[in-house]
Structures are given as C-alpha cells and as structure tokens.
Design a binder for this molecule. Structure first.
Ligand code: 6PG
Length: 482
C-alpha cells in the first residue's frame, strides 16, 4: 500500500490571517494540513481556494498531528493570549521531541519567553513569529520575524523565507531574529513605529487641511506626490488612497464621515510599557499611543472641552502656501526619522538586556518589503547599521544628519505654526524636543538632581570630579561625599 502523503506544515486557526498564510504556503508548493476548531471554516477554505495547492483536511488535533511529516511544524494562528496556551495544551501531549510549534499571532513577548522555556523542557521547539503585512501580506508575501532556537530555524526558515516578501534586491524579508521572544519583540516595536508613522501622517494631514486649506482630494494628490520623494512608503501611498475615497452614501470625502476616534489592539501600548522598563525614550511612539487614547477614550471629555476651554490662538487668515506644504513634508520626514531612530535604539537596548544579539541591519532589511512600515528610508537605515556598524544613534549617520540639518528650519517653523494656531502636533513637536534634547550641551536634569537631593537625599554627580554627593541644603557644611 502506498505511503499516505504527509504535509510539510500544519495550520490551526483559519481566520483570515491563518487562511491566507496556509494558502500562501500551498501556492509555494508545500502540502499544508488544515485545522480549525469548527470544521466549517476548513471546508469553506477548501471550497473557495482548494485549487491554490495541496491541502490535507483534518478535523481533530490528533488528525492534524498525524498528517504531518517529522519533525512536525504546526503554525498556530489563534487570538493572542489564553487561546494560544489552550492550543499548546492540546498539542503537546500529541507531539514528539524536536517538533515545532509556531505562534504567528501578535503575542506579547513575555508570554513567548515563558512558553518557549516551558516547551524546551519537553524538547519541543516553540517559535514566536512576528508576521506583518495584514491580510494581503499574509497571502502574497509578508515580512516575517521568527524568534525561537537557532536549531528550529534550520527546519522552519526555508519554508518561511519561501513565502515571505522579497526586497527589491531579491532578499527574503524573513531572517532568524534571535532566541525565545526576540521575534515577537521586534514585531511589537515594528507596530510601535507603525503607530508613530501613522500619527505623523495624521499631523501632516491636519496641517494641510487647517493651515494650507487643502480638501481631501487635494491632500490625496499631495501625499501621492510626496510618495515620489524620500518619504516613499506603503503608509504614505495608502494615505493618498484613503483621502481620495468618496463616501457612497453621502458623496462626501469618506475621511470626513469617519468618527475621529482611533482604535488600538495593544501592541503600541506594549511597546511603550517595554520602553519604560528599559528606560528607552521612544517619545514618538508614546505620543502616538496617547494621541489615540485622547481621541477615543477621552472622546466625551473632548466634546465638553470644545465648549468650555479657551483656544487662545493666533488668528490668521493667511493660508499656507506651497512653501508651507514643503515645510510640512520636511517636518514629516524628520519626525518619521526620529520615530524609526528611537525604535532602533530601543531594539539595541533590549538586545543587550535579553542577550538577543539583534542584528539591526537585518531587521531593517526585512522591513523593506511586505510589512506595514515598509519605506524607502529603510534602505538607508540598513546601510547605516551594515555589518554590525553601531552608530550611537541612527540620527548620527551622515545620510540622516545632513538631511535633518537642511530640513530643521522647516521642522521648527511647522511646530511654531501648529502651536500658534492651536493645532496639536504631538509627534512633530516631541520629536523636535527629543532632537534638541540630544544635542543640548546642558539639560535641565541638573536641577532635577538638585531637587531630588533636597527632598530625598538621592545624591547627585558633579561635573568636576567622580563620586556621589549630597548637600545639607540648610546645614553648615554644604556638601558631603556619600
Ligand atoms: C501588521 C499590523 C498588524 C495589525 C496591528 C495593528 O504589521 O500587519 O501591525 O499586526 O494591523 O494589529 O493594530 P492596532 O492598530 O489595532 O493596534
């Protein structure tokens, strides 16, 4: 009797991301075993897309496990959190040593670290994989960020590289990131940058609307034009698409009928929480998360504030001209650059903290295509970190340092204009504050240290000698070396 055909990989959880990754794998010639809690989803996928490639239909976890070649590879595509643990608990008793469980959801990296350690004790590999690119990317080529053991990547890597997006030079946008939770951590920071990227676009949109007087149709043209400059990126490209969309119901620009309350599923918040733990100043990401919170959770407060709080703005009937529009473009570029620089710095800090040995040039490289933050700028970021080069801060790389020097007057003008007109531009302005904070010879932190020492004897350092000092602020001796 002929050997039953085995699948190279199984996918459990066939909602849109799982289904599209399964289809992508099948389209690349891999036999894919399909499993879903309710078999109707499996059957619907087979009915609609069965001819994408070779699939094996399974109804139970046992059937799924039995249908796979060894070592088994099982991609879990269920909701992050408890559902992932539930699937692991079902799978583990059915697996053998060296089998690989892959979590392709947006799991929180401490969970991934915990799961990897627990399964390693049973000699089962657990690989947390960051997948970016949304539904379309999952089907046609996402950017893939796998963590887990280096050994698991030997068996899993070729498959994932196969289905990943490819950069213009043909490099797969998938590479081993580092042990345990490294893949999910990097995906989390990707999402944090994604928040900042969208927020700076939003700030530019508001300024084009309220200072330059552009209607959404004109704005769509402006963004489409900007997409032909160094700002070229997926998010700028789709901004033009969103802005030119007309609402079928009212005939108005669709953006004007969308409620101005931004949702979020949590990865941006996680990035900021992790950054706070690391002491990593990702101000652009933090401001973006808080801007979403102000828009949504504080919506009722905003409605009241519109009626009660004074504006105190500089009234102006001058409309921003073409020069102003160019200023906004430049401010957008500089702020975006700061967001990416802060994200990369956070990765460098986390790498040391978790012993991940993250390769920043590789990470920039695999963000060049497939993912939501893909942007022309990543080519230069990759070059700045090439071969382990570690500029102390990405903004020091000559390619970025020089362009910021040229664009700074525009950036400052836009922040002033926004401030005087009462238009919030939290990332434009906080990124500028971060930039100035970096380059100032003296920060006000000296006074903070004095205050801390005054009320809490927390001590301070001196500029002229080493050591920790405490002052008896009202005593006879003014200073003691502690
Ligand atoms: C991606 C996206 C994807 C998703 C996020 C964003 O890289 O493909 O980041 O993971 O869109 O969940 O979600 P929120 O904006 O809802 O937090």
């Amino acid at each position: 009797m002929a050997e039953e055909k085995k699948a190279q990989i199984g996918v459990t959880g066939l909602a849109v991301m799982g289904a599209n990754l399964a289809r992508n794998l099948a389209r690349h010639g891999h036999t894919v075993a399909l499993h879903n809690r309710s078999v109707e989803k499996t059957d619907a996928l087979l009915a609609e897309h069965g001819d994408d490639g070779e699939f094996i239909r399974t109804e139970t976890m046992q059937e799924l496990v039995d249908s796979l070649e060894k070592p088994r590879r099982i991609l879990v595509m269920v909701k992050a959190g408890a559902p992932v643990d539930a699937v692991i608990d079902q799978l583990v008793p059915l697996l053998d040593e060296d089998d690989i469980i892959i979590d392709g959801g947006n799991s929180h990296y401490p969970d991934t670290i915990r799961r990897e350690a627990a399964l390693a004790e049973k000699n089962i590999h657990f690989v947390g994989v960051g997948v970016s690119g949304g539904e379309e990317g999952a089907l046609n080529g996402p950017s893939i960020m796998p963590g887990g053991s280096a050994k698991s990547y030997e068996s899993l890597g070729p498959l994932l590289e196969d289905i990943s997006a490819k950069a213009d030079d043909g490099t797969p946008c998938c590479a081993w990131i580092g042990t345990d939770g490294a893949g999910h951590f990097v995906k989390m920071v990707h999402n944090g940058i994604e928040y900042a990227d969208m927020q700076v676009i939003g700030e530019a949109y508001e300024l084009l609307r309220d200072v330059a007087g552009q209607e959404p149709g004109d704005q769509a043209n402006t963004f489409a034009e900007w997409n032909r400059t160094e700002l070229s990126s997926y998010l700028i490209e789709i901004t033009a698409e969103v802005l030119k969309q007309v609402d079928a119901r009212t005939g108005k620009p669709l953006v004007d009928v969308i409620v101005d309350a931004a949702g979020m599923k949590g990865t941006g918040t996680w990035t900021v929480m992790a950054a706070l733990d690391l002491g990593s100043p990702v101000t652009a990401i933090a401001e973006s998360v808080f801007a979403r919170a102000l828009s949504s959770t504080e919506r009722e407060t905003r409605l009241e504030a519109q009626k009660t709080l004074a504006a105190g703005v500089r009234e102006s009937d001058t409309v921003g001209d073409a020069a102003f529009v160019e200023d906004v473009r430049r401010a957008l570029y500089c702020s975006k650059l700061v967001a990416y620089a802060q994200g990369m710095e956070m990765l460098a800090t986390a790498s040391g903290e978790h012993n991940w040995d993250l390769k920043l040039d590789t990470i920039a490289s695999l963000w060049r295509a497939g993912c939501i933050i893909r942007a022309e700028l990543l080519q230069d970021i990759m070059a700045a970190y090439k071969d382990g080069a570690e500029p102390r801060n990405l903004l020091f790389a000559p390619v970025f340092r020089d362009v910021i020097e040229e664009y700074l007057p525009s950036w400052r003008r836009v922040v002033v204009e926004a401030t005087e007109r009462g238009i919030p531009a939290p990332v434009f302005s906080s990124s500028l504050a971060y930039y100035d904070g970096l380059r100032r010879p003296r920060l006000n932190a000296a006074l903070t240290q004095g205050l801390r020492d005054y009320f809490g004897a927390h001590t301070y350092g001196r500029i002229d000698t080493d050591g920790a000092f405490h002052t008896l602020w009202s005593g006879d001796r003014s200073e003691i070396d502690s």
